[in-house]
Design a protein around this ligand. Structure first.
Ligand code: ZN
Length: 682
């Protein structure tokens, strides 16, 4: 029997990969790599790029290319078999990487190479790769005593299990919730397409009436469109208590103990390495220098946004009272009435706009934007090795030559992780047999087509698609040939959102919106009248949204600074305190948002959620250059491409930015783009 995961030439054979292939393949590559490393270190006299870094990159790349499709499948076509195999492979990988990071002989070899006369003659990318490797050795505890090393490895292994469990419990809690409606009156206000989907789901489940899941598009539509307040309350409660001790699924998949253990272990790990807390450890590899610098940055933005957020909430409350005679707004009323106020004020709604954004039109508009900005064409490619009939393959071409490829999988479905992301299938790098081209995964969770109706996106979803393609371009347009710093590899975490947030700005430009829109029945693009309304509505409640993000970011940073310290009582108490200080909307006591906060407990954003805002300062300021010079100014586009997208992690993030902008970043553009200005309080 041949194992498709062991054929790492060319693209993954998705259609052939079975759960039972996973562990034999990963284990066998790890065994080979371990043996190869031992042989290499045994014979090494004078470490050089060619005899040390290059063969290790080959070995690592083989492992990455075997695991990338596994990790991808686990996220997009999850089954119990796949999940088990994935989790066990993840354990082997974690153990392998921990051992590699703690390998003293290897660390010494890298240090010798860094100190050798050869170093000065290496390319900037090679030098940076070596410097980052040395940093990561230190962060992996290479300098620890044997006993501490063992404990460090134990912690790493346990953390990887726990974070995976945290994500799975959120997924299970989300996917096991269904709400059946049999009384048609309760559907009032819901979009026809959503109702149709709910009917389909009811039929699939042999259930009467309409069945609604807790998938994010469903949840958002119910929160903003359902006239029935009890239905909104039910969905709010279910969503905000996922994986907790509260709500309709109370006690099932409870992430509370998982979260506590994650926090304890992170603290212990940071202290083992000599850091004060996990926040300090996290920032050791980021663009920001200290946790206090980050908190100051977040608090400053919060102060600048708070007066306007209070005003936005007061306006809403007053308007609802005038129009509906309703004096109290519950949290599940706020999105609903906000949407009504927005409609009243701008005569526009997300649901109305949906008809103008059929996915095929949006994709072609996105591709033409990319082509004009960066002189690269995106074309559909044939591919018979896909994991699902929704998946597609695209090629990126410059002057007719293929430079990168991209898998695209855009519809929500059962077994697919929620949210949107860009993943790496393979990275651009120089190999003995030539250049390996970068290949990306682009994943979203949009509503699938229903019958003859194409997938219709809200403008928010259009923005999400641009965002993920921004990450994709960073990966795919890289000109770096050293894997460790190619594409987004080696890019400081708090700078990695620069290209993605940068590209979002184009969804707010009239000329681009005309290209992106076409009514799915009439073919009409959005006319000037609608576009003006849409742009006027852009910053509707932007200060409230800003504060919400700041609340999450401050909570995350303080949690990883204060957990386990003398004054710390509980995660909930800290979150409450942050809300008292930062938020203007205080959620009910049963809210357990933190237990589904996968960004920080299952993703890479621990003590790093601020990165979104940090990078938004960079991306807004970068986009301002296009406002100054012309949206599709060729020279500005080329400069952004060369200074930022093509350089990956080979050049320090601040250097990339100042090379592009000619100065350090300023928050001015972000506040201006968000429409946040000084408000005087009465
Ligand atoms: Zn992103």
């Amino acid at each position: 029997m041949t194992n498709p995961l062991l054929h790492t030439q060319g693209l993954p054979a998705f259609a052939q990969i079975q759960a039972e292939h996973i562990n034999p393949a990963i284990d066998s590559i790890i065994r080979d790599n371990t043996q190869q490393l031992a042989d290499l270190l045994g014979h090494l006299t004078q470490p050089s790029w060619q005899n040390l870094a290059a063969p290790l990159e080959d070995a690592e790349d083989r492992l990455d290319k075997a695991f990338a499709p596994v990790s991808h499948l686990n996220s997009v076509v999850n089954t119990p078999q796949l999940r088990d195999a994935y989790n066990s492979a993840l354990q082997s990988l974690t153990a392998y990487h921990t051992a590699l990071g703690q390998n003293n002989a290897l660390y010494q070899a890298y240090q010798t190479l860094a100190d050798s006369s050869e170093f000065a003659h290496l390319s900037q990318a090679q030098q940076q790769a070596i410097n980052l490797a040395l940093r990561d050795f230190r962060l992996s505890g290479v300098n620890l005593a044997a006993e501490q090393k063992a404990r460090f490895a134990e912690i790493k292994a346990r953390l990887s299990q726990l974070t995976s469990l945290f994500a799975n419990q959120v997924l299970d809690a989300t996917q096991n919730f269904f709400h059946t409606i049999t009384n048609e009156a309760e559907l009032k206000g819901l979009p026809a397409l959503l109702i149709q989907q709910a009917k389909q789901l009811a039929e699939q489940k042999n259930s009467p009436g309409w069945v609604f899941s807790l998938d994010i598009p469903v949840y958002l539509q119910i929160m903003t469109q359902a006239e029935n307040a009890a239905l909104r309350e039910l969905f709010y409660t279910a969503y905000m208590t996922r994986a907790s001790d509260q709500g309709p699924q109370a006690g099932q998949w409870n992430n509370q103990p998982v979260m506590e253990e994650i926090l304890q272990l992170r603290l212990e790990m940071a202290r083992l390495l000599g850091f004060k807390h996990y926040a300090e450890y996290s920032l050791a590899s980021k663009m920001a220098s200290t946790p206090q610098q980050v908190l100051d940055f977040l608090h400053q933005l919060a102060e600048q946004s708070r007066p306007m957020a209070e005003q936005e909430l007061a306006e809403l409350t007053q308007w609802v009272q005038e129009i509906y005679g309703k004096t109290h707004l519950a949290v599940w009323d706020i999105p609903y009435y906000s949407e009504r106020l927005k409609e009243a004020r701008y005569s526009i709604s997300q649901e109305f706009l949906r008809a103008y954004f059929p996915l095929p039109k949006v994709l072609s508009g996105l591709f033409s934007t990319i082509e004009r900005l960066f002189n690269v064409a995106v074309r559909a490619q044939e591919c018979d090795e896909l994991w699902h009939s929704d998946a597609r393959m695209y090629g990126l071409y410059r002057k007719g030559e293929l430079i990168a490829q991209c898998y695209v999988d855009l519809y929500a479905r059962e077994g697919k992780k929620g949210g949107a992301w860009m993943g790496q299938c393979q990275v651009r790098r120089a190999t003995n047999s030539g250049l390996q081209l970068p290949v990306a995964f682009l994943v979203c969770n949009f509503s699938a087509p229903v019958g003859q109706t194409p997938s219709l996106l809200t403008h928010q979803e259009v923005t999400t698609l641009f965002h993920e393609f921004g990450h994709g371009l960073h990966h795919m347009l890289s000109q770096i040939d050293v894997a460790a710093v190619s594409g987004i590899n080696g890019v400081a975490w708090d700078a990695v959102e620069l290209p993605s947030q940068f590209l979002e700005n184009f969804c707010w430009q009239k000329s681009v919106l005309k290209e992106l829109s076409s009514h799915y029945e009439t073919g009409e693009p959005l006319n000037d009248e609608w576009l003006d309304k849409m742009l006027a509505a852009k910053n509707f409640q932007s200060a409230l949204q800003m504060l919400r993000q700041l609340e999450f970011a401050i909570f995350d940073m303080r949690l990883h600074m204060e957990y386990g310290s003398a004054g710390f009582t509980s995660v909930q108490a800290l979150l409450d305190a942050v809300r008292q200080h930062t938020a203007v909307i205080i959620p009910p006591a049963f809210n357990r948002f933190q237990l589904s906060f996968t960004h920080i407990f299952a993703g890479g954003y621990a003590a790093g959620y601020y990165s979104y805002k940090w990078a938004e300062v960079l991306s807004s300021d970068a986009f301002a250059a296009f406002e100054e010079n012309g949206l599709f100014d060729a020279a500005t586009g080329a400069k952004f491409l060369h200074c930022i997208l093509e350089r990956g992690g080979a050049v320090d993030a601040m250097q990339c930015f100042t090379d592009f902008r000619g100065r350090e970043p300023s928050v001015e553009a972000l506040l201006r783009h968000s429409g946040i200005h000084h408000v005087t309080n009465h």
